[in-house]
Design a protein around this ligand. Structure first.
Ligand code: COD
Ligand code: ATP
Length: 199
């Protein structure tokens, strides 16, 4: 089974790319989705988060992601504390999904992991290729502010909590530049999928 990682900075266009790949018929494991599953009500991860961050980040028994995001993205120490709680759970769920798809005989599986490099997935030995989706800093900032309704300083803080795009590009096997229209992005992804079929 070939396992391909898709990563890139916040609001770089990973979701758009992974949706297209899923629509093309490939299996996609989505770490952002997994990060929601591991904190569902009743999980010990949610209990750990509650102990660390207080009751205010729980609303009707459910994690208030907006409130927690506001706390952690403005404080690197708290972000680290949260990541230390969630990362092992996310990692083991991804590993289970990969084993499942391998057992099912899938030939190619994609895995969208925002923190692929930051969390050391590049050292895991699980991946055959890494695709990095990037956009120029201004484009990334504008898209993030528009999508999440953030002020510029808050969007900057989120971007700065991750490895710089330039460094990610250097480590990539395939780079998808997303500075143009959605149509242009779609064409690049189609061209990439074509090369995958041929190799
Ligand atoms: C802080 C939380 C509650 C904010 O939730 P929210 O729904 O607003 O955002 P969402 O989860 O959709 O993430 C949006 C983007 O933020 C960035 N991001 C998320 N977590 C982190 C982190 N720990 N460090 C840096 N960037 C992060 C990623 O680019 C991600 O794609 C949430 O992101 C979270 O629980 N993060 C910790 C889990 C984690 O490490 N996720 C990344 C999986 S590799
Ligand atoms: N080529 C494009 N043209 C216009 N808007 C775009 C383009 N690509 C992405 N966007 C918009 O930019 C925002 C970020 O894109 P998307 O949500 O796909 O990024 P992401 O990398 O999945 O984000 P995150 O890291 O937060 O999960 C979205 O609002 C999306 O609609």
């Amino acid at each position: 089974m070939r396992v391909i990682a898709i990563t890139g900075g916040i609001a770089s266009g990973k979701s758009f790319v992974t949706n297209q790949i899923r629509n093309a018929g490939y299996k996609v494991i989505d770490a952002d989705l997994v990060s929601r599953q591991v904190v569902e009500p009743g999980t010990h991860t949610l209990e750990e988060i509650k102990s660390a961050f207080g009751d205010q980040i729980i609303s009707n028994g459910v994690l208030d992601r907006k409130a927690l995001g506001e706390k952690v993205f403005s404080n690197p120490a708290l972000l680290k504390e949260l990541t230390n709680i969630t990362a092992p759970e996310i990692r083991s769920s991804i590993q289970d999904s990969l084993s499942f798809f391998k057992m099912k005989g899938e030939e190619v599986v994609f895995c969208a992991i925002p923190l692929y490099f930051e969390q050391g997935y590049d050292q895991s030995g699980w991946f055959d290729q890494v695709v990095v989706v990037v956009s120029d800093e201004r484009v990334q900032l504008d898209r993030l502010m528009a999508r999440d309704g953030l002020e510029e300083w808050a969007a900057q803080t989120r971007i700065k909590s991750q490895m710089p795009n330039a460094e990610k590009k250097q480590k990539a096997d395939v780079v998808i530049e997303n500075n143009g229209t959605e149509e242009e992005l779609q064409k690049q992804v189609s061209a990439y999928l074509q090369t995958l079929k041929e190799n």
